[in-house]
Design a protein around this ligand. Sequence first.
Ligand code: ADP
Length: 179
Amino acid sequence: MGKNRIGIYPGTFDPITNGHIDIITRAMKFLDEVIVGVAENAGKDPMFSLEERVQMVEEEIAALNGGGNHIRVIPFSNLLMDFAIQNQASVILRGLRAVSDFEYEFQMAGMNARIHPAIETVFLMASERHQFISSRLVKEVGRLGGDISHFVSPRVLAHMQVHFENGDPKKLIQTFEEN
Ligand code: ADP
């Protein structure tokens, strides 16, 4: 007893969805502290900058019951296991959706266990109505003007609208290719 159990929930959060929030809320039931690690992930070519993604996660945390006590948001660009050690975390949290997530998550958890055996990867499932939500589809549907209000918060929705109104670079490329 007396030892704080800290978990890291790493991801791209481009943008944070109701599925992510579901996982964070569940994790708080068995952890003393959750650190949402926002990965720079330049390789994934995110739609939002790292600063915007961090800001959106911070806004969601602030809107949680209790103002998100015991949840911190930290950007990172180094090796996840090193980031975990730096923050004294003993648990890595990941969300599992359909079988499609399994293969990749299985490999990553296996590699991470080799790098730092003391840190456990814990998989959580979102509730049924949040399971199918993905940042990728939220962006695709939103970009085409579809209703995504059930998948992200009104705050994230507003960020997405600003992004699209200011000329989403990906949309411009698409339009250019079509002409
Ligand atoms: P990454 O690029 O690391 O996959 P994401 O932001 O896409 O980052 O996802 C972060 C984590 O949240 C991953 O473990 C992913 O499987 C999980 N996740 C995303 N959406 C959901 C959801 N709707 N339900 C459960 N887990 C989810």
